[in-house]
Design a protein around this ligand. Structure first.
Ligand code: SAM
Length: 291
């Protein structure tokens, strides 16, 4: 039996064989701890009927653990140099498809249609490249993919921001954007020692469970997003000031004050104190005045 890819010895052997040098610009920090990988797969509740989408397989450490448990794994990798490596390391698994693509440009709906006709559920599971965590997560959420959830290793600080509750220092536009689509929880804390090379930041595993319906009902999703982003443009400013300066050219102060009043929100409050429901009510009353 071949040793798991995610051991320090096997990883070193593979990297040496291919003369592989890490690209910092691609967020390449590979996992070398099989226990951590198993915990990630457990956190995603992957079964033999699950289809898994992975972002950034690297040399296949997580892909291998997913392939052992899932029905099928489809992995997007941007770095061409890793393709021959993955060919070799994942040769024992016939349920893995590697797609050479920048995940941000990939048609994930299409990949799901082509590969996951016969699965019961679909999960995204990844050790994400930290330099593009937010754009990747927002793409996965905003495209309304038919997925049950997302389990990802990310920078601990970003995991805290995504899962933050109103009234805390971490709560902001990213918390609202993610929690609109999904329930968010930080499920594992991971030391830097389980990666090569070791990242300089703390890492954590975040689980997003996609909601059947978004957390709040809004008539115009993109306007709702503009409204809460405007409210956090300057964290020290009041909601009223942020809306007046950052919402849009047609949105004027008297009507904004009226809209805040109608939504029952004190104009002197700061964005970080508003719940999703309050942002939704505010977005609706602004939209009435600025259609
Ligand atoms: N899954 C492997 C592991 O856990 O050991 C590697 C994870 S490493 C943190 C991130 C991986 O994502 C690298 O293989 C990197 O080349 C790849 N990557 C970076 N940017 C990407 C992008 N935009 N699209 C797809 N893959 C990307």
């Amino acid at each position: 039996m071949m040793k798991d890819i995610a051991t320090p010895a096997r990883t070193k052997e593979i990297l040496n064989k291919y003369g592989f040098s890490f690209k910092k610009s691609l967020g390449q920090n590979f996992l070398i701890d099989t226990n951590v990988l198993r915990n990630i797969v457990d956190a995603a509740s992957v079964s033999e009927k699950t289809g898994v989408i992975e972002v950034g397989p690297g040399i296949g450490a997580l892909t291998e653990q997913l392939a052992k448990r899932a029905k099928k794994v489809v992995s997007f990798e941007i770095d061409q140099r890793l393709l021959p490596v993955l060919d070799e390391t994942l040769a024992p698994y016939d349920n893995v498809t590697i797609i050479h693509s920048d995940v941000l440009k990939a048609n994930i709906h299409e990949a799901i249609k082509e590969n996951f006709q016969d699965v019961d559920d679909i999960m995204v599971v990844a050790n994400l490249p930290y330099y593009v965590t937010t754009p990747i997560l927002m793409k996965l959420l905003e495209e309304h993919l038919p997925i049950r959830g997302i389990v990802v290793m990310i920078q601990a600080e970003v995991a805290d921001r995504i899962a933050a509750k109103p009234g805390t220092k971490d709560y902001g536009a990213l918390s609202i954007a993610a929690q609109y689509f999904a329930e968010a929880e930080r499920v594992l804390t991971v030391p830097a020692t389980v990666f090569v090379p070791q990242p300089r930041v703390d890492s954590a595993v975040l689980r997003l469970t996609i909601r059947k319906e978004p957390a709040v009902n809004v008539s115009d999703e993109s306007y709702f997003f503009q409204v809460f982003h405007a409210c956090f443009a300057n964290r020290r400013k009041t909601i009223l000031n942020n809306l007046v300066h950052n919402l849009g050219p047609k949105e004027r102060k008297p009507e904004i004050e009226e809209a805040l009043d109608e939504a029952g929100i004190d104009p002197k409050r700061r964005g970080e104190t508003l719940s999703l429901e309050e942002f939704a009510a505010l977005s609706e009353s602004l939209l009435k005045r600025f259609p």
